[in-house]
Design a protein around this ligand. Sequence first.
Ligand code: UTP
Length: 313
Amino acid sequence: MTAARTEQDAPAGAVTKVVIPVAGLGTRFLPATKATPKEMLPVVDKPAIQYVVEEAVAAGLSDVLLVTGRNKDAIENHFDRAWELEKALEQKGDQERLRRVMKSQILGDIHYVRQGDPRGLGHAVLCGALHVGAEPFAVMLGDDLIDPRDPLLPHMLDVQKRYGGSVIALIEVDPAFAHMYGCASVEPAEDDVVRVTDLVEKPEPGTAPSNLAVIGRYVLHPAIFDVLRRTEPGRGGEIQLTDALKTLAGMPAEQGGGVHAVVFRGRRYDTGDRLDYLRTTVSLASERSDLGKEFRAFLREFVAQLPPEVEDD
Ligand code: UTP
């Protein structure tokens, strides 16, 4: 088992804290998310949130703050010890399952804060202000998975170190779907790094400034907290992180302003969206060393039997 890197091990000045908001209502996934948080939905045999925490810890972010809310007890239990389960598996001599159960509790140093009212992603991040203090920190969305073969966070942390300010991640989307995301106007900087000049949360269809959409990885300057405190509710009546980032993009560097972005072209899975969740489960299952061979055989047979056109339900 790999022990988490601790804050003491981290190089001086390195970002070690990550805020992971998991207090949203998950309405796109109802009724599954009525009593179960969407971040606990299994992707093959592991809840989505565990992939995210593992990614954080692998990038050196060992101090994890989960912003939780009502109905999120399952997340706290998942990262806690399950002694009765451990004991039963130990008695059966089932070391492999015991290892899997214990993996989630040896990850990072995990803390919790409650959001109370889900007043938006920006508000959820603001709930982490006291824990984070005055240093740059990361934010990761608990339902957004990045394939470990295409590491994004280490690159973003390096960009933040070199340029200062804040760093976001963008993907190129079909312009027809740009209105479903936060969208950025950018200027070139270097290779896959751009400077963000403007941001708009879920623009009206046809008005997006580009097809570059914000995804769930951020490395933020602590100046974001003051900006969030002043940010009025925006799209959907929620306090939007995108709106606060827009303000930061227009602020001078001496005040913690400036936003750069990494344009990510690797594999990403949005498990909060039903169709993407299904795609994620199928792709990850088909690549697994323990399940993949049989599952791929099933998939081949299944696809071969599909009628040329499937009517909608
Ligand atoms: P989403 O908009 O994807 O989450 O927010 P949601 O509101 O739960 O989802 P739907 O649209 O109703 O299905 C992005 C992230 O921000 C968190 C969510 O948990 C998710 O990880 N979030 C959102 C909060 O923690 N608090 C909020 O008030 C809103």
